[in-house]
Ligand binder design. Structure first.
Ligand code: FAD
Length: 528
């Protein structure tokens, strides 16, 4: 018998794990947005997706796929090139789950109003299980409109790319980036030589190629007529050199690839590679927005859940004004991102090209940039528990910067907005018209809208590049403010306008001014 009672402590004041929660039902902003943007018909399937994505099982698969990172096997034991990537069974569970829920193909399989919105909602939920698997899902979704520019290639690939069958279907990747240039794809050196039979032979390297075990890729290469887009099926001559050791999305294999005379089929015209692949890029940019909204949503849910169950200095964290300000501010940001993502997805449903192209660029810039500080602040709400790897927060934080880099990093998106302003006259008016729909509901938003035309005008001058980030920020805030004043409870809209617009806006999260109804916002943020 020990002389003293050897027990050191009971486990007290620790929240239960945030698991086996239907992450759709917990997210009022998502449910309301789904109805509002024309996808109410999909509510049952989105709810089912939310139940599985938030289950303990899916969360464990998400953790495991991230921990057991992909391993490249270039050769078999006899020295033959095999270019295989060993992936954890959890990766397959997650990717199969996405394919079976048609997140890779819903609008192409079921082209009905609201299909892009429904897909965005499904993506927003499944990303909360694991963000890495959504990369091939997104690229496959995005490839279809580009493939459709060539009926023959579309007839060959679309049926496989849109199959709801993980084993028999195909997934698509894209290979644009080379060592000497990722943003500046025109610097690409991969060559495409006509083979004489209507196909081309591609030779060169690609510095980033995610999911290199996909079935087919859209590849940029220099043909005799200039930079062109090719459809390349993976096969002999498509070699994976190594996998990237990445900061985040560690479940996802991102490879360096060598193309050694691999056959490719021209998509679009020679010399029009960027113009051809731009539809794919626009769709993946939408997914960058949805993915960042998903990360923010998960961060808010975890933070609110923790604060509701954890006490410090004699009271629940969720009842202490400093914490309520942080939670409410994070929740407002997340709701603004979700509302923007779904509104933009509707522009894809309605084939509203001007809003789609310009709005996607502006909002991709802003929402993807907000994701990283948001994740860091949400992590801090969990204190030390948020910093350990058993918690999902480190993964959220590591994953967050990716969407900002991929498909146009901040400056490159800004240049794209400048280009659109100069060359696509329909885009800015369509975007401003959407913002104007919110006029009259809040004087701070009205003042912000009043200033926008002059702000935009400044971009046309020689200081355009210097000013671009600031102006795009103002445009994005107008878009979000307009959505929130029209569609969210007064507390959320008021907090957004008070905390984001005008000179009084705070710099960090948790700086909402006096008078904002923080408790109501924090309550709405997690409906469980
Ligand atoms: C995890 C991951 C997966 C990826 N998967 C793929 C994939 O599957 N396929 C693929 O093709 N690529 C992929 N990429 C590559 C990605 O698209 C590029 O990294 C990205 O386009 C940036 O290109 P870069 O790395 O060459 O950077 P650079 O183009 O060199 O840019 C470096 C910095 O300079 C800035 N910059 C560039 N031009 C200007 C300018 N004119 N003025 C001011 N600033 C400028 C950029 O904003 C950036 O901040 C992936 C990247 C990551 C991290």
């Amino acid at each position: 018998m020990p002389l003293t009672d050897a027990r050191t402590h009971e486990v007290l004041n620790q929240p239960p794990p945030f698991e086996d929660v239907n992450v759709f039902e917990a997210d009022l902003a998502l449910g309301e947005g789904l109805e509002r943007e024309g996808a109410g018909w999909a509510v049952d399937r989105v709810r089912d997706c939310g139940a599985v994505a938030g289950s303990a099982e899916a969360q464990e698969h998400g953790r495991r796929a991230e921990r057991n990172t992909p391993r490249l096997v270039t050769h078999d034991r006899y020295g033959h090139r095999v270019d295989r990537v060993e992936l954890d069974p959890s990766w397959h569970w997650l990717l199969r789950g996405a394919v079976e829920r048609e997140i890779h193909a819903l609008p192409w399989r079921e082209p009905r109003p609201g299909a892009h919105v429904a897909r965005a909602a499904l993506e927003l939920l499944w990303t909360q299980a694991n963000a890495g698997v959504m990369c091939p899902v997104s690229m496959s979704y995005a490839a279809v409109p580009t493939l459709r520019t060539d009926p023959e290639l579309a007839a060959e690939w679309e049926p496989r790319l849109t199959l709801r069958d993980y084993e028999r279907g195909a997934l698509c990747g894209m290979a644009m980036t080379e060592k000497q240039g990722g943003s500046d794809v025109r610097a690409g050196t991969t060559r495409a030589l006509p083979a004489g039979d209507g196909t081309y032979e591609l030779t060169g390297h690609k510095w980033f190629c995610s999911h290199p075990t996909g079935t087919v890729f859209l590849v940029l290469a220099q043909a005799p007529g200039g930079l062109s887009c090719f459809v390349v099926a993976r096969g002999p001559g498509f070699e994976i050199q190594r996998l990237k050791d990445k900061l985040g999305t560690r479940s996802l294999a991102s490879g360096e690839v060598e193309l050694r005379g691999v056959p490719g089929r021209l998509l679009g015209e020679e010399g029009r590679g960027v113009a051809t692949i731009i539809e794919m890029v626009t769709h993946t940019r939408l997914d960058c927005i949805v993915g960042s909204a998903a990360g923010m949503r998960r961060g808010v849910a975890e933070a609110v859940h923790h604060a509701r169950h954890r006490s410090a200095f004699g009271a629940r964290l969720a009842e202490q004004p400093l914490m309520v300000n942080v939670l409410a501010d994070l929740a407002v940001e997340s709701e603004a991102a979700t509302a923007s993502a779904l509104r933009l997805a509707r522009a894809y449903d309605a084939d509203d090209k001007p809003l789609r192209r310009f709005g996607t660029a502006v909002m991709k810039y802003w929402i993807c940039k907000r994701a990283t500080p948001h994740a860091a602040e949400a992590l801090e709400c969990l204190g030390g528990n948020g910093y350990v790897e058993e918690s999902p927060m480190p993964r959220l934080l590591r994953d967050a910067p990716l969407n900002g880099i991929w498909e146009g990093s901040g400056n490159v998106i800004s240049l794209d907005v400048l280009r659109a302003l100069a060359r696509e006259p329909d885009g800015p008016p369509a975007f401003l018209a959407e913002c104007e729909r919110g006029r009259g509901a809040d004087r701070r938003l009205d003042a912000h809208l009043d200033a926008l035309p002059a702000t935009l005008g400044a971009l046309a001058g020689e200081d355009g590049q210097w000013l671009a980030r600031r102006v795009i920020e103002d445009l994005a805030l107008a878009f979000q403010g307009s959505l929130l004043v029209r569609h969210t409870p007064p507390a959320v809209a008021d907090a957004f306008c008070a905390g984001r617009l005008g000179e009084a806006r705070g710099r960090l999260f948790g700086t909402l001014p006096r008078g904002v109804d923080g408790p109501a916002i924090a309550e709405r943020a997690l409906a469980v």
